[in-house]
Design a binder for this molecule. Structure first.
Ligand code: DON
Length: 561
């Protein structure tokens, strides 16, 4: 009888593999924006129509998302931006949050050295110094073409006039109401109504005023003057650490993008302090030695191989990755082809490896020395790939009183105690320990692919630790399995991160036969009732048109012309 129930349970939890793999997304002739919210995509497309370039559109979309998608769109968070101009110049901007100067290694531990539950996740101590506004100012100064004011103004209008809530957003605001009240010291506009429903207009007066200051004064509209004073006052009321000096000293950093090749493609992605680009390149380099295209999409064999590669790559991440300004990350050693081949030497096609038998590798020495993603391509062929976040959905749940925006809870991305998993179950050690002024390790993977020297794909995702594997799978879905962009985004996802030693799988990732096949090989596959990642991507088609892949797991939408 028990067996019968188990089989019944399996049938009800594991669905049939994705049926919409061959779906095509919106196809446009010239330019496109794909983001987590239709209103933000529309703002970006409008900037492009007015002659703005992809960077102008990226700035406008970042600010629009801060209004219409407060779960992850933000002023009080940070992110990473990778760009490729039509003349093939590439660049990467790190506007990741930093630990406040007063932060220290043991700040989340009690006298006994035990982790104080929740302290790095909710409330004022969870917040790092926000990087978003400086990031937007810097990218605009270097690459923008339209006046700054015109890029912030659409967000001002959305906040001041209000906008209709989607069903999903209304639900999430309701679910988080209690936390907003508990962790914020003053009542934000977001809780004016006790129960939001689809179509309700959300008007955000305080946020509109903050955005006006940013529109009129740029960087100083946030890191100085009234906004800075409101942030510092909020910190004082809630016993947080971010000071006036932390805000003044914050600066986004230009970094050299991490590049590598996978088959015929050049992959351009984010270097540390994100682990995303490095882990993605490790995964793709390993994959280039295996015939995954012949094995087929999400077959037992393909998935088994991918899980085994992921297990090894995430073990490396736990030990070797951190903020390069504080810790020498052995980037070249970790990407070395011979090193990666060695990592796979105990891989068997027959059965799963136990994660306890996989330790982080020993690469060569260091060389001297609820997130959201959006993808943009403009009429000239410039491409921008941005992943930005507050960390968890609605970050620390702390609204800056009087300023109308949420602060991040990015401090939890540090390893707050060696061996203690963060919200995403990720482990870490010295490389990613909390230090004053340090940036916490990220998994964000904004990526651009070239084929034969031409722009091919712009891609990225939210999803904490699952970001890297979502981007990896989406790239393989197109390059190895020939799916259209939308189909590649629709396709069911799965994820392994070394520890915990389980495979998380969306119900539509595997047929029952493949699911059982993976168990047979020794993989602990857990069918999820929730989804993994929210990929927003753009593919350049052979005739030069653009195909959008907007993730149906959310309200995501493509817009363009
Ligand atoms: O930087 C990181 O890796 C995390 N803070 C990302 C968080 C995230 O993706 C949440 N989204 N669902």
């Amino acid at each position: 009888m028990r067996k019968f129930y188990l089989i019944l349970l399996l049938f009800s939890t594991v669905g049939c593999a994705s049926s919409n793999l061959n779906e095509r997304g919106l196809v446009t002739e010239q330019a496109m924006v794909v983001s987590a919210h239709p209103l933000a995509s529309a703002v970006g497309a409008d900037i492009l129509r007015r002659g703005g370039n992809a960077v102008d559109a990226a700035v406008a979309v970042q600010f629009a998302l801060a209004v219409v998608y407060p779960d992850a769109g933000n002023l009080g968070g940070g992110g990473f931006l990778v760009l490729r101009l039509q003349d093939r110049r590439i660049d990467a901007l790190d506007y990741r949050e930093k630990a406040p100067a007063a932060a220290h290694r043991n700040m989340y531990l009690n006298e006994k050295g035990e982790v104080i539950k929740g302290l790095s996740v909710k409330g004022h101590l969870a917040a790092g110094v926000p990087g978003t506004v400086d990031g937007m100012v810097q990218v605009h100064e270097k690459y923008g073409s339209l006046p700054w004011r015109e890029l912030v103004q659409p967000a001002v209008l959305l906040a001041a006039r209000g906008f209709p809530l989607t069903k999903l957003e209304a639900k999430k605001l309701n679910e988080n109401r209690k936390d907003f009240i508990r962790y914020s010291t003053q009542r934000p506009d977001f809780i004016l109504k006790s129960r939001w429903k689809k179509g309700d207009t959300l008007r955000l007066k305080e946020l509109a005023s903050t955005l006006e200051r940013i529109r009129d004064k740029g960087r100083a509209g946030f890191y100085e003057g009234p906004t800075a004073q409101l942030i510092v006052a909020e910190m004082q009321r809630g016993k947080g650490l971010i000071s006036k000096a932390d805000l003044q000293n914050y600066s986004a950093v230009w970094r050299s993008p991490l590049t590598g090749t996978y088959k015929d493609y050049t992959v351009i992605s984010m270097p540390p302090p994100s682990s995303g680009g490095l882990a993605l390149l490790q995964l793709l380099t390993i994959t280039s030695d295996y015939p995954v295209a012949d094995w087929g999409w999400n077959t037992t064999k393909t998935a088994h191989f991918m899980i085994e590669a992921e297990r090894r790559v995430y073990a490396d991440r736990a030990k070797h990755l951190g903020d390069p300004d504080f810790y020498q990350v052995p980037v070249a050693g970790l990407l070395d082809k011979t090193y990666l081949k060695r990592r796979m030497c105990n891989f068997s096609l027959k059965h799963a490896t136990d994660s306890d038998d996989i330790a982080p590798g020993e690469p060569g020495p260091p060389e001297a020395k609820h997130t959201t993603h959006y993808s943009i391509v403009d009429q000239q062929g410039n491409a921008v790939s941005v992943t930005t976040t507050l960390n968890s959905s609605f970050g620390s749940k702390v609204f800056v009183g009087g300023a109308g925006f949420l602060l991040n809870n990015e401090m939890d991305d540090f390893s707050i105690k060696p061996g203690h998993p963060n919200t995403y179950g990720l482990l870490g050690g010295d490389a990613n320990a909390v230090e004053s002024g340090k940036r916490m390790l990220s998994s964000m993977t904004p990526t651009i692919l070239e084929k034969d020297g031409n722009l091919f794909m712009v891609v990225g995702s939210p999803g904490g630790s699952t970001i890297i594997t979502s981007v990896y799978q989406t790239i393989l879905n197109v390059t190895a399995h020939n799916l259209p962009m939308q189909g590649a985004v629709n396709a069911g996802r799965f994820h392994h991160q070394w520890e915990p030693d389980v495979v998380l799988a969306e119900k539509k990732a595997f047929t029952l036969g493949r699911f059982l096949g993976l168990w047979w090989k020794g993989h602990k596959v857990i069918p999820l009732s929730r989804t993994i990642g929210r990929v927003d991507a753009i593919l350049v088609l052979p005739d030069g048109k653009l195909e959008g892949g907007a993730d149906p797991r959310g309200d995501d939408a493509a817009a363009g012309f």
